[in-house]
Design a binder for this molecule. Structure first.
Ligand SMILES: Nc1nc2c(c(=O)[nH]1)N[C@H]1C(S)=C(S)[C@@H](COP(=O)(O)OP(=O)(O)OC[C@H]3O[C@@H](n4cnc5c(N)ncnc54)[C@H](O)[C@@H]3O)O[C@H]1N2
Ligand code: MOO
Length: 401
């Protein structure tokens, strides 16, 4: 008899527990895009390193705000003015330039008139005093922890790391993932496909989803529905950190992924989750390599990749929060009640909210390609009307820019 279905939370927790972060390497900062900090990011310098002007104008003393002032020099970005500013004096200053000693105020140039080497106030002046000055360390100070370990490195984090004085960052190495298409009905060539065949589309779809993360992908298949062929495929990708199959995960006579894994010596960690689509998902382990057996139906493969494979890859990359984050959305149309499995309804953005796509069939690629988000509906949920609020996950599915 089959064991009871696992809940989504239980299954995700088991998966994340298997995802020990990979070894640490040091990578030049721009090359870390999409990876996760393996150590907290600490500032190696203070920014701004000195008080700097936030505007183009004139630096004057705080006890000398009435003017007029004699312009005694210039502080430009990269070219500071080295003498103190005395009463009656102003220093021409540009945005980002160091405020010279003695000066505590910057008057924007729109508030003064300049003639014959002096400036006089014609506007409101530096109210309050100190405005238009970015104080030393107002962004960050040397030794401060700027970001915790496990933070994803995007454009702003790259800029911050460089500004904080880093040439390299410690990150986890990229996981190697091998994606296997399997099934006797699959054709490698979508242009020459007989009636009894379907083009092998899952492998390319899963690789495209994984491409949102810094992973190294290899693909093999289509592999025939025989234990020997599946085991040979596993052997061929033995150096992968994660092996992903799609299809053959269910209970049919030709669903051979589970028996092949057992024969290969892998330990089945869990199989079958109480979600729709995606019930037959399985996860196994052999010698530290993880095998994710996705269901063959394309929609089920996409949904389980999003809920399991991507979190697993994030876990290996050292993410602090490997699981996707749901957002609240308003329904533009009604939703039916759900049964005894938690459902992930394929939906898209429309005027007034989100709306379920035309068919929820887990084989329907046409509807999947229209899907922007997955509405998360717990088991036993009542029917909902337009205007009600739902939790949803934004799918990385192409339709949105
Ligand atoms: N008696 C039962 N039958 C089924 C059950 C069940 O509990 N009892 N579960 C159903 C559910 S739910 C799912 S999901 C499917 C998935 O089963 P498999 O993982 O074994 O997938 P296959 O049968 O091999 O294929 C299903 C479908 O997907 C197509 N496919 C497979 N691989 C690819 C690929 N690489 N590219 C494109 N399309 C692919 C395949 O041709 C089939 O049409 O099982 C239900 N059955
Ligand atoms: O769970 Mo299956 O994934 O409904 O199609």
């Amino acid at each position: 008899m089959n064991p009871p279905l696992l809940s989504l939370e239980e299954a995700q927790a088991r998966l994340i527990a298997l995802a020990s972060p990979l070894s640490i390497e040091r990578v030049d900062v721009p090359g870390t895009l999409g990876r996760y900090l393996a150590e907290p990011l600490r500032a190696r310098r203070t920014q701004p390193a000195a008080h700097v002007s936030a505007m183009d104008g004139y630096a004057v003393r705080a006890d000398d705000l009435a003017g007029p002032w004699h312009v005694v020099g210039e502080s430009a970005a990269g070219h500071p003015f080295h003498s103190p500013v005395n009463p009656g004096e102003a220093v021409r200053i540009s945005t980002g330039a160091i405020v010279p000693s003695g000066a505590q105020a910057v008057i924007v140039q729109e508030d003064v008139t300049r003639s014959d080497g002096s400036v006089s106030l014609t506007g409101s002046g530096p109210n309050p005093c100190g405005r238009h000055i970015r104080g030393e360390g107002s962004d960050f100070r040397r030794e401060a922890e700027l970001l915790p370990a496990g933070t994803r490195i995007g454009p702003a984090q790259i800029a911050l790391a460089i500004a904080a004085g880093h040439r390299h960052l410690a990150v986890r190495r990229s996981p190697r993932i091998a994606i296997i298409d399997s099934g006797d009905e699959l054709s490698a060539d979508p242009e020459t496909c007989a009636l009894h065949q379907v083009p092998a589309s899952n492998g390319a779809m899963i690789a495209a989803l994984a491409a949102s993360l810094p992973v190294q992908v290899s693909r093999i298949g289509p592999v025939a529905d025989s234990r020997e062929a599946i085991i040979a495929a596993f052997d061929a990708v033995e150096d992968a950190d994660v092996i992903v199959t799609s299809g053959g995960a269910s209970v049919g006579d030709h669903d051979l992924i589970r028996p092949a894994l057992e024969q290969w010596g892998a330990r089945l960690d869990f199989w079958r989750i109480a979600i729709k689509p995606g019930k037959p998902l399985l996860v196994a382990e052999r010698d530290g390599r993880l095998i994710v057996g996705l269901p063959g139906n394309p929609v089920s493969a996409m949904v389980t990749s999003y809920l399991f494979l991507l979190p697993l890859l994030r876990g290996l990359l050292g993410a602090a929060r490997p699981l996707p984050v749901a957002i609240d959305q308003r329904l533009a149309g009604p939703l039916p009640a759900t049964g005894d499995r938690r459902e992930f309804i394929r939906a898209r953005f429309e005027a007034g909210g989100v709306s379920a796509v035309s068919t929820q069939d887990s084989g329907a690629l046409g509807a999947l390609a229209m899907t922007d988000l997955l509405v998360d509906r717990p088991a036993g949920s009542p029917a909902l009307a337009a205007g009600e609020s739902v939790r949803a996950y934004l799918l990385q599915n192409g339709g949105l820019s």
